[in-house]
Each structure stands twice: as structure tokens, then as C-alpha cells.
Design a protein around this ligand. Structure first.
Ligand SMILES: CC(C)(COP(=O)(O)OP(=O)(O)OC[C@H]1O[C@@H](n2cnc3c(N)ncnc32)[C@H](O)[C@@H]1OP(=O)(O)O)[C@@H](O)C(=O)NCCC(=O)NCCS
Length: 435
């Protein structure tokens, strides 16, 4: 996509459809499905629902954050395990929690350049199927074993193994630079920015209330497919299973801090949970969408990615990316009818909102004279966010695009801002528009 300008005529990136699986707690309904299974179920359903010949699509851009044990290129698997013709080219993207925003903005770029006209873009995540790694010593010994020529050599290698070499190593959700988990990093942000526990619990409560209301009012049914649950396929997963309509601020206040047990404020209630799920959108050149008689849900108007030192405030990326995306769109925060800020942790959302409104942050960190401004709470995460809906890392961005564009449509409004914080100190922001 052209920066500080519009794409050539007809090459605006229209989002013509979007879909996701239910988002479910890791280890629950989807425990027997991997990310590739979830992604393939979703892509098949999305392509079928859109009703266009499968040959319409030039490419698939797809991602996952936690790698599968056996699949290295999920993008291509989405073609090979779906009804898409095998001649559909594909690639995999990774940008931690902003992975499917990356898929969608790469699709928009390809369309603006004229290199593609219709792209399936999304991501899938299975924490239930996270790989368990062997120890480095066991891996080395297995390589030596494969090279051994004689029985004596083989026996010598096998007898040199010790019980501790067989201890499995689970993948760590740790920031390699700091050695801290996401939760520990968010805890540091809460402390640095003075975000009280009560404000975090209030935000989490609101996320659940709004997500429950959105489901109750039937707003999400049209964007969430049903999944028959293996191995028996007797039960059907039709809704997110993390949303708690009955949670209260009092119940949230009772939960113990998880990441800093003594002085901390982050609990299972005000953090996004470990989640399985998949989501994708179809991004199409405006001209092609019109020629096919499709009414786009909306358009990707601009985007920006930014980064900060992970040793600083790890999840503050949105406060750096959003001003750039808005400038590129030629719009201000006040023009946004809706804002969907990914809720990794309530403390991270509140820290970013604080930075959005801070003159000192604008001057010192961004070199800007004025802050972005305050967000009207009635426009922020209006149908709940990742705390209540769940956060399958690679699927969240595509979930946000579809959910927000459909809500803009219901309200008859025009502009929305999406933001996502991500590992490595990355931040993502996308401006969406409806005509
Ligand atoms: C925070 C975390 C460790 C909690 O995991 P967990 O212990 O499996 O969480 P659970 O769902 O079992 O919840 C723990 C308890 O809190 C309770 N609880 C959770 N949410 C609640 C809510 N909204 N209201 C009331 N109670 C709630 C549960 O009922 C459970 O109670 P129990 O122990 O009596 O059964 C895990 O979700 C996590 O690691 N999240 C962060 C993920 C992350 O790093 N994301 C990256 C973002 S970029």
C-alpha cells in the first residue's frame, strides 16, 4: 500500500468477507485439533460461504505463532488442505500477536501493487497442540546415532544418555531479550504507569459484559462458524467458551495475582487467556469486488508497525504505531467512530490509553507537539475484547477486522482504528474505513 497516499484507482483493498472459529480455552473443545486443522476448517468454510469459485483467489497469506510439530509452512497447507486449487500460491507470515494483521496488510499491499486481486489472509493458533521439545543433549545424541556405523558405536551413544536428557522442554512464552514472560512484562507496565488493580478488573468486567451482550444480541453469529468437535464429532462448538456473562467486579477482585504473587495486580481474570482458534478475511481489489457484485464490509485505509526496546514497556507498541497509521490515513483519533485495542492484559490497554492521552509521552517518545487524545469509552472495544473473547495469538487481528467492520456497518459509521501489541516490543495499528 502506498504510504502517505492512496493506492491506484480500483486497487483499494476491500475486505469482502471474514470468519472465525469459536475462540476456546486451550485444552478444551479443540484439544484434538492443531493450528493447521483449525485453519483448514476455517479457510474451507470461508471460501464456501463467500460463494465464489475457488479459482477466484490468487493467494493465501496465513500465520501461526506457536509452531506446529510437523508443519513448517502453514500458508501453503491452507491451500493443500482446502478446496482451493493447488495452483494457488501461498506464504506464511509471523508478527507475534499481530500476525493476522500482518497477513491482511500484506494482502492489501499486494493488491495496491497490482500483484494480486483476491487474497485469503488470516491465522490459526493451537496452544493445546504446542510442541514439546527434546533436550539439546538428546537431540545431539540422536544426530550422532544417525551417523553411527557400527553396533558398538550405537550402543556407546545410547548408554551415554541419562534420565535428565529425556526431560521435555515446553515452549516458553518468554521474551528472549529480558527472560520475562508477557505477564511479568505487563506487571512491570502496571507498576511503572501506576495502573491500579481495580481499574484493570473494571476493564476486564466490561470486556465480559460487552462480549456477552454481543453474543446475546446475535451480533457475532454471522462471523463465527460452527466446528464439530473430534474425535467423536457428536458435540458442536458454536460459541466462544471463555466469555463469562455472570462475572462480577467483586469476583474478579478475589482472584490472586499470577505473575507477581506478592505485590502484583495481574490475575487470570484481567489477562487474556491461552486460547485455541482461527480467523481469516478475504481481501480483494475494490475493482474486482465491484465487478463480482460484492458489497465490501469495508476497506483497509492505512496501517503502521512500530517497535520499542523490549526492556522498556514491552506492550506499549500501539501508542507508537497508532499516530503513524492515523497520519497515513490523513485522519485523527477524534475521527474514529470505533477503536478496537487488543486486550493482551487490562494493564497493557490502560497503559496505552494513558500514553495516547499524555502530552509528555507525545513530546518525549514520539517527538510530537500534541498527544493523540482520549478515546471515548463508548467507542472502545464495544463488543468485548481479547480478555473475554480469548486470544489465539495469530487469529486475533483477523477477528478484530471482521468484528469491527461489521459493527461499523451496523452503526452506519465510517472509520475505525485497530491496535495490537506484540512480542519483541512490536506494535501494530490499522485504520479501517467504510464508505
Ligand atoms: C493468566 C493465566 C496464567 C491464567 O491461567 P489459568 O490459571 O489456567 O486460568 P483459569 O482460567 O484456570 O483461571 C484461574 C481461576 O480464575 C478464575 N477466573 C478466571 N477468570 C475469571 C473471571 N472473569 N471471573 C471470575 N473468575 C475468573 C477461574 O474460574 C479459575 O478459578 P478456579 O481456580 O477456582 O477454577 C493464563 O491465562 C495466561 O498465561 N494468560 C496470559 C497469556 C499471555 O501471555 N498472552 C500474551 C498476550 S500478548
Amino acid at each position: 500500500m502506498a504510504q502517505n497516499g492512496s493506492p491506484p484507482p480500483g486497487r483499494r483493498a476491500a475486505v469482502v468477507a471474514g470468519l472465525r472459529t469459536p475462540f476456546v480455552k486451550a485444552g478444551s473443545d479443540f484439544r484434538n485439533l492443531g493450528a493447521v486443522d483449525l485453519g483448514a476448517l476455517l479457510v474451507n468454510e470461508l471460501v464456501a460461504r463467500t460463494g465464489l469459485p475457488a479459482s477466484t483467489y490468487d493467494s493465501v497469506i496465513f500465520g501461526q505463532v506457536v509452531p506446529s510439530k510437523t508443519v513448517t509452512l502453514i500458508g501453503r497447507e491452507m491451500v493443500l488442505r482446502s478446496q482451493l486449487p493447488r495452483s494457488t500460491e501461498a506464504h506464511t507470515v509471523a508478527r507475534a500477536c499481530a500476525t493476522s494483521l500482518q497477513a491482511a496488510t500484506t494482502a492489501a499491499d499486494q493488491i495496491a501493487l497490482g500483484y494480486a486481486t483476491a487474497v485469503v489472509a488470516g491465522g490459526a493458533e493451537s496452544i493445546s497442540d504446542a510442541p514439546i521439545f527434546a533436550s539439546r543433549r538428546l537431540a545431539q545424541k540422536l544426530v550422532e546415532l544417525s551417523k553411527a556405523r557400527t553396533m558398538a558405536q550405537r550402543l556407546s551413544i545410547i548408554t551415554s544418555l541419562r534420565p535428565r536428557d529425556f526431560t521435555p522442554e515446553p515452549p516458553a512464552l518468554k521474551e528472549p531479550t529480558t527472560g520475562l514472560t508477557m505477564g511479568e512484562s505487563a506487571e512491570q507496565m502496571a507498576q511503572k504507569n501506576g495502573i491500579p488493580r481495580a481499574a484493570q478488573d473494571e476493564l476486564a468486567f466490561q470486556s465480559h459484559q460487552r462480549a456477552a451482550a454481543a453474543w446475546g444480541e446475535g451480533k457475532l453469529d454471522g462471523e463465527v462458524m460452527h466446528v464439530a468437535v473430534p474425535p467423536k464429532y457428536e458435540a458442536v462448538s458454536a460459541r466462544d467458551n471463555i466469555v463469562r456473562a455472570d462475572t462480577t467486579v467483586e469476583a474478579l477482585a478475589q482472584l490472586r495475582p499470577v505473575f507477581d504473587k506478592r505485590y502484583g495486580t495481574i490475575t487470570a481474570g484481567n489477562a487474556s487467556p491461552l486460547t485455541d482458534g482461527a480467523a481469516a478475511v478475504i481481501v480483494m481489489a475494490e475493482e474486482k469486488a465491484r465487478a463480482l457484485g460484492l458489497t465490501p464490509l469495508g476497506y483497509i485505509k492505512s496501517y503502521a508497525y512500530a517497535a520499542l526496546d523490549p526492556r522498556d514497556q514491552l506492550l506499549q507498541g500501539p501508542a507508537y504505531a497508532a499516530p503513524v497509521a492515523l497520519d497515513r490515513a490523513g485522519l485523527t483519533l477524534q475521527d474514529m467512530d470505533l477503536v478496537d485495542m487488543h486486550e493482551a492484559f487490562a494493564a497493557q490497554v490502560l497503559s496505552n490509553l494513558q500514553a495516547f492521552g499524555s502530552k509528555a509521552f507525545a513530546e518525549k517518545q514520539l517527538g510530537r507537539a500534541a498527544p493523540l487524545g482520549e478515546i471515548d469509552p463508548s467507542r472502545l472495544n464495544v463488543n468485548g475484547g481479547s480478555i473475554a473473547l480469548g486470544h489465539p495469538f495469530a487469529a486475533t487481528g483477523a477477528r478484530m477486522i471482521t468484528q469491527t467492520l461489521r459493527e461499523l456497518g451496523r452503526r452506519g459509521k465510517q472509520y475505525a482504528l485497530l491496535t495490537v501489541c506484540a512480542a519483541g516490543g512490536l506494535g501494530a495499528a490499522v485504520v479501517l474505513e467504510r464508505e
